[in-house]
Design a protein around this ligand. Sequence first.
Ligand code: ARG
Length: 414
Amino acid sequence: APATPQRIAVKAAHWLDVEAGRERGPVVVVIEGDRIKEVREDGQAPADARLIDLGDATLLPGLIDVHTHLTGDPTEIKGDYYEAILKRSAIDAAILAHLYAKRTLDAGFTTVRNVGADDYVDVALRNAIDRGDIPGPRMLVSGPAIGATGGHADDTTGFSPWIEFHTVDGVADGVDAVRHKVRENVKNGADVIKFMASAGVLSMEASVGAPQYTQAEMDAIVDEAHRWGKKVAAHAHGAEAIKMAIRAGVDSVEHCSLIDAEGLKLARQRGTYLDFDVYNDDYILGEYAKKGFPASTIEKEKLVGRLQRENFRRAVQAGEKMAFATDAGVYPHGWNGKQFAKMVEWGMTPMQAIQAATWNAADLLGWRDRVGAIKPGLYADLVAVDGDPLKDVSILERVGFVMKGGEVDKNALR
Ligand code: ARG
């Protein structure tokens, strides 16, 4: 007969029912193996379960960040941007990535969607975590982000055409070529497809938000990805590129900086998720000049940073679907939680910001049968904080307890 899986009971005075949008308590979460078996509100822990008593803490589902880049970190760039780029290969990225995965998990993020990594380092990282070789969050990965020659995904822009770069990237032009890239990414292990609908900040093209694919190319990417059962995330800052991506049928738009009223309306009609990385601007303006980034990059950030936050507020007021997306990797991994306070400063309630990082993020990932809430059948991914995050959401920057799949990653609460 199969051995009875180990049972654990996690007890806390308060918990967040993110599906209903309510704080409740007390609670005992009964865990069997890697799943939640029962959510008891009578305060009784089963006698045969190992008890983890978190006292007066508030228990939440493991947090989800739908936009990370775990294969790099700005702390790698120490004052010489070109040295960091030109003297490092995919192997350097692969050697360091496990550190960033662990920092992310320790910060309470038990699931991430990693949208863009050259050379499939993200696939290897996800697989190592899934095998249990190294600790880290559950990952959905995209492989190389697909983008036009000279555009946001083309890291060779601005360098001499005599230099040859050896890297597997996502540069592709034309309907057939972008379809091929989607298939190649799926073949090599991508869970999700990421493409660059517009120009960007931290890349060398002159524009920050102009469309970089034709409507036909965007349509082809989405059609092909969906045929293979993969969702699509589109990077887009500019108003026109955002609308083109939504019309193409993407599942989420990333950044959304200059979205206009028509874009907001289209997203609502189509059910498109809008993922605003509203913390990013503080870090880029504070640190990137010191890191030796070109002045043109800092100028581009100034064009979008403030407007992105104002448009985030409009999107909240319009009742858009929104998921928690930080772009961590542009700022240090493990700082993901700093974005909660920004989201509240710019118009969300603490509960809305937490829902964006749990139940709503899980919807965008297509993973509501796995993560995003504390309820029976889902993975036992739990975090706890000492205090009430609905009163002060910034306490989510200091998560005291993290459990992933029934295994305690850290417990600094007791
Ligand atoms: N990866 C993005 C880009 O380079 C970062 C944009 C950050 N700026 C912002 N305001 N969110 O375009």
